[in-house]
Design a protein around this ligand. Structure first.
Ligand SMILES: [Ca+2]
Ligand SMILES: [Ca+2]
Ligand SMILES: [Ca+2]
Ligand SMILES: [Ca+2]
Length: 419
């Protein structure tokens, strides 16, 4: 059965159909799926065809198709590829396995759907559910060069994975340690999607995990998306080597994440940046409720600045800090929070810590911190942590309608002046 027509066969078809209106539809894309993907064998056939023929750049599923996989499906082509899911659901309950070592750390190469490529990947209207290992995996080849990979997910639902829901891996180390990765960076765009109840089969597996190493940045834009109920962090962006992390989120929830490992709980949204490079985050209308470690946890190290802009953000019911921002080494922190509420946390509500060379410039506008166990707001600028005498010019805190009530201590500052 023919699954897909390549560009060449389409050219022949065009000749035959010359003058017929269907031409307009065909010429809009290089590839037309004649028989749509409807089950495991037709999905494998389509991916195999794309692996062999780099003119194939689109695979279309039958409307609302239900697929159950017995093995991971693996794309190995170089070309950009789009999967148009058309409402299809891929069940990965039997697609692969993982092993646990003595420390109960899970190791696997498997995932329900795996892309080994630096080609751009676009997926629309597709669900990946109940994966025995990871749901959706994109492995960036270590020798990748040139433009950043673009990964675009629209109306994608990944839930019930034992390990990561979505894993984008530009790290040569199998346990995601180390510093070795490709020369390219990662551009991730997600809209109208959900990542729920992943990371429920082993410790430290997130709803979405991006591991970027070597040269290259992480650019993430997430809109209208739910990242809830994952065993590890809801979202972890992990960048090392030269390069920055920037994340723009609008209308996103991070609720009830981080519960799987009771000895080392996890966060709603976690960023770890090391080496040269900055963290820049902008959140608009983001809800962060009942996460087990921190709600928002942003750590910057090596040279580089941290810029965090929060508008209309609510963080409630964390076991540890609600919002925690740490900057180490050469570089500054700039925060602009407006209409932010941090409530019922087990530690500080908002904790901002700057160390090494650098200063803090912080603006809190219509911010409230209520009933947090330790400080409502704690902002500290250190050259060396716990120094007795400040050797740097003090940082600046600009306040407009800050409401603090019921916290262990309301406001705690070190070498930061209220202006
Ligand atoms: Ca890289
Ligand atoms: Ca990097
Ligand atoms: Ca840095
Ligand atoms: Ca610093």
């Amino acid at each position: 059965m023919t699954i897909i027509l390549s560009k060449n066969s389409l050219e022949n078809m065009k000749q035959a159909l010359l003058g017929i209106s269907i031409l307009a539809a065909i010429s809009a894309t290089n590839v037309l799926a004649i028989s749509k993907v409807s089950d495991e064998s037709s999905f494998n056939a389509a991916i195999d065809a794309a692996n062999l023929d780099n003119s194939i750049n689109k695979i279309v599923f039958e409307k609302n198709a239900q697929l159950s996989l017995s093995h991971p499906v693996i794309y190995t082509g170089n070309q950009d590829l789009m999967l148009f899911g058309n409402g299809a659901t891929i069940d990965g309950e039997n697609a692969g396995s993982f092993t646990l070592d003595n420390e109960l750390l899970a190791s696997t190469e498997d995932g329900t759907l795996i892309f080994n490529t630096q080609g751009n990947i676009t997926i629309q209207q597709l669900s990946i559910v109940n994966s025995a290992t990871r749901g959706l995996v994109i492995n960036i080849p270590q020798d990748a060069q040139g433009d950043d990979i673009q990964i675009s997910l629209d109306a994608v639902d990944i839930h019930g994975s034992a390990l990561y829901g979505l894993h984008i891996d530009d790290n040569a180390d199998k346990f995601d340690d180390g510093e070795i990765g490709s020369a390219i960076g990662i551009e991730l765009n997600i809209s109208d999607s959900s990542f729920k109840d992943n990371g429920i089969g082993a410790i430290d597996f997130d709803g979405i995990r991006v591991d970027e190493r070597g040269q290259g940045d992480i650019h993430a834009t997430i809109i209208n998306t739910h990242i809830d109920g994952n065993g590890g962090d809801g979202l972890e962006l992990d960048e090392a080597g030269r390069g920055s992390v920037d994340a723009k989120l609008q209308h996103v929830t991070f609720n009830d994440n981080g519960f799987y490992n009771e000895d080392d709980l996890d966060d709603g949204f976690d960023i770890d940046e090391r080496g040269a490079g900055d963290i820049e985050v902008s959140l608009f209308k983001v809800l962060v409720n009942r996460n087990k470690d921190e709600g928002l946890d942003f750590d910057e190290a090596g040279s580089g600045d941290v810029k965090i802009k929060l508008q209309r953000v609510i963080v409630m019911g964390t076991v540890d800090e609600g919002i925690k921002i740490d900057e180490h080494g050469e570089g500054n922190i700039e925060t602009i929070f407006s209409n932010v509420m941090v409530m019922d946390g087990g530690d500080d509500g908002i904790q901002v810590t700057e160390q090494g060379n650098g200063h803090i410039e912080s603006e809190l506008q219509k911010v409230s911190a209520i009933n947090n166990n330790k400080s409502g707001v704690k902002i500290e600028q250190w050259f060396e942590k716990d120094e007795k005498l400040s050797v740097e010019k003090g940082g600046a805190l600009h306040l407009n309608k800050l409401a603090l009530t019921g916290n262990g201590s309301e406001l705690q500052l070190h070498n930061v002046n209220v202006e």
